[in-house]
Structures are given as structure tokens and as C-alpha cells.
Design a protein around this ligand. Sequence first.
Ligand SMILES: CCCC/C=C\CC(=O)SCCNC(=O)CCNC(=O)[C@H](O)C(C)(C)COP(=O)(O)OP(=O)(O)OC[C@H]1O[C@@H](n2cnc3c(N)ncnc32)[C@H](O)[C@@H]1OP(=O)(O)O
Length: 238
Amino acid sequence: MQKPPVNSLNLDLLVALRDTLVKLEKEKCKGMILTSESPSVFSAGLDIMEMYRPDHNRARKFWTTLQDTWIKLYSSPYPTVAAINGHSPAGGCLLALSCEYRVMVGPKFTIGLNETQLGIVAPFWFQDCMRNAIGERQAELALTLGKMFSVDEALKVGLIDEIAKDKADAISKAEDFLDEQSGLPALARSTVKVAFREATLNRLLKNREADTKMFLDFISMPKVQQALEMYMQTLKKK
Ligand SMILES: CCCC/C=C\CC(=O)SCCNC(=O)CCNC(=O)[C@H](O)C(C)(C)COP(=O)(O)OP(=O)(O)OC[C@H]1O[C@@H](n2cnc3c(N)ncnc32)[C@H](O)[C@@H]1OP(=O)(O)O
């Protein structure tokens, strides 16, 4: 991802990500490493400006493109690794969680689903991804708190799989993971992956319209708009 300054996921970046994932699958990609050009941010999550005083049609397109992107990434037949070389809150954490393996550069960055802290709610499929990675108990604690994990904490709880000392090391560790996968029969590998991910995927596939409506209703609430405005102001002041 290379959308300065913080790879916030706006409609354009989501379209680019989704189209890339579609292309990779068509071209029978053997493996993908998702990382960031930024030296300090993997992705700042959803672009708050897409949710603040939104145009209804654009907001719908934004959300359905996010769903498409997640579905493509989460269900990709090829192996995927996130080389998390910077902070990774909210939607950034979702992207990382949707890959099969996570290597994160330590020690100073943070990762987590922090939505609660912003006065918004991580959708059920974000929650499912966290639950699948760290288990029910830890996910409930993390989601209710909107906890951002340090790299050490993330490793301890199983949110990431390895710590790297810098981006080059993260890419090298990610390549080791892909090398290990490349020796396996591809169809058997992807069938097992789909079996593990099917229930989570189907939950969104069967409820896409309801999920979209929930998002649109939620961001139409004056209280939510107020919370987003205050959060944007805090970020700008900083
Ligand atoms: C029903 C709703 C469901 C919603 C589901 C998911 C929700 C989300 O994903 S919401 C997004 C949550 N993201 C965050 O809370 C992260 C916010 N950002 C940060 O904490 C920091 O920016 C970060 C640690 C990522 C990086 O810190 P710095 O390197 O110090 O950068 P700055 O904070 O100075 O930011 C630079 C610039 O970018 C703007 N910014 C940051 N994040 C976002 C964002 N998510 N969306 C839009 N814009 C963002 C920030 O305001 C600065 O702007 P300028 O002041 O104009 O330079």
C-alpha cells in the first residue's frame, strides 16, 4: 500500500486493493505479501472522511467495496502474509488479520481493533477475524476495550505470528512462510484454507445487505457523526 501519509482506506485505495486481489487470483498467483511503503504506518484503517458527513451513494459504494476487498483477501486460494511494518489500527488490523500469517516489526508499533474507543463498533466480520486469531475470551476483552496491542502483547496473545527487527527482516520472514507453502499441493492447501474460513465468510456473504444497511444507518446517527468529528479534530490537533 502506498497512499501517503497513513494508507487510510478510502474508496480509491479499496478499489485498487480489490482489483489487485482479483487480478492476482486470475493470474494464479503463488503467494502475496501485503505491506506498506510508509516507514511507520501499515494502514490507519478506514478513512474517517468516508464516514464523516457522507454522501449516501458513495458511502454505500465505499462499504460494499470494503466487503468485496475483504471477501477476496480472506478467501484467496494462494497464501497471504501481512508484513506489518507500522501501526495497524482498526481496518488496518482487519487487513492483517485476513492474511494467513502476520509478521510485525517491533518494538514500537501497535495493532488492534480500536473502534470502541472512537465510539463506533467493529462489524461482526471484523470481530470474527479477531476471534479466529486470538480466541473468544481474548477477543471479547480486546474488542470491548478497543485495545491496541504492543508488538510483544500481540505476539503473546497470538494476534501476530512473528516479530521482525525491521521491514527487510519482516519481508524475509514472510518469504520463508511462502516458501514453506510453495512445496505443498496447491489444491489440498487451498481446500483446507477454505474449510477453515468458510463459516466466517458465509456469515458475511449471507448478510451483506443487512451489514451494509447497518453501516449506513450507523453513520447517519448524529451521535456517531459527533464522535467522528471529535476524533478527526483530535488527530488534526496532534
Ligand atoms: C460502523 C463503522 C465500522 C467501522 C469500522 C472500522 C473503522 C475504522 O477503521 S476507523 C479508523 C480507525 N483508525 C484510527 O483510529 C487510526 C487513526 N490514526 C492514528 O492513530 C494515527 O494517524 C497513526 C498512528 C495511524 C499514524 O500516526 P502519525 O504517523 O503520527 O500520523 P498522524 O496522526 O499525524 O496522521 C497524519 C494525517 O493522516 C490523518 N489520518 C490519520 N488516520 C486517519 C484515518 N483513519 N482517516 C483519515 N485520516 C486519517 C491525520 O488526521 C493527519 O492528517 P493531517 O493533520 O491533515 O496531516
